[in-house]
Design a protein around this ligand. Sequence first.
Ligand SMILES: Cc1ncc(COP(=O)(O)O)c(C=O)c1O
Length: 360
Amino acid sequence: MEEVERELGLDEVLKLASNENPLGPSPSALQAIRETLQEIHRYPDGGCHSLRQRLSQHLGMSPEELCFGNGSNELLELVTRAFLGPGDEAIMGHPAFVVYRSVCQAVGCDIREVPLKDFTHDLPRMLQAVTARTKLVFLGNPNNPTGTCVSPTDVHDFLQELPENVILVVDEAYREYVPRDLQPDLLRPIRDGRYVLALRTFSKAYGLAGLRIGYGVAPAAMANILNRVRQPFNVNTLAQKAAAAALDDTAHLKETVRITEGGRRSLQARLGEMGLSYTPSVTNFILVDVGVEGRAVAHALLRKGIIVRSMEVYGLPTHIRVTIGTPQENARALKGLGDVLDEVEAAVRSSDSTGGRSDQ
Ligand SMILES: Cc1ncc(COP(=O)(O)O)c(C=O)c1O
């Protein structure tokens, strides 16, 4: 944001590109950070003891079934590094979160991408893709960049059919935003010993993206292996304290979800009125088909001080992904998008009237 402000000479840049919490961190987390500042000359608690106890009560899981990472991204890397290598196969949807692919490339395993169906994971096709070499399946639920989820029954049925030796990584980075009846219960199969790793994060609804902390829930034997491949001090002290405080601040979480749901409803309604097609979302972001080159639209918005994500890298050249902000931020984003699309249309019209010769 600072770079955009400096380079474009803008005052107030609005970042709606990384699905962060527009309300900021919980005040309790900030207080915990202030109280901990005096201790940062010490290494962190490598076992995240106090957060582990707190989270174990919160989830009703044993402390041994938890593992912590420098963001849930680190856990994606650790699970891949621990269990996959050349000759193994990982299955993932397409498009899905780019990190699944990059962590697999880093360990040299084969990647089988299964196209989404209606912008949602196609679980029957993913099952069909399983072979004797398949070791792990990534399921972003909800999926980034589409903002869609599969139903709890479908996840349950998928797990029933998946061979027991295959690890299922369910990335639940956006779980808190999902309506209750659409949140699968993965803790039960984990208690039953299924090789499931449920990944969650403090970066999104808990508003702590800059501190880098996420966690995984898995059968104790699996969590133990992830613990053995991580760096001894992978989660910093401030992150541990702030996460524990954020977990207790249910008011902040509720307000975050409330403002996101409201923003989602009004953004989607307005996008519809503008004649733009979007993928109905259960998260804090919306995938929008702008009908023209998404990269150019993202660029034009950037010049207006609004940062959104072009979806070219996900193979969606006419899409952008917009994070849901506060009502004021959403209004600014919609106004900017409307203006940019009007400009594009005017440019096309003028190029039509000049026979496509832009030099005249
Ligand atoms: C689907 C998904 N998983 C994981 C992450 C990583 O989150 P973090 O490493 O901040 O916990 C993100 C962040 O954008 C995401 O969209």
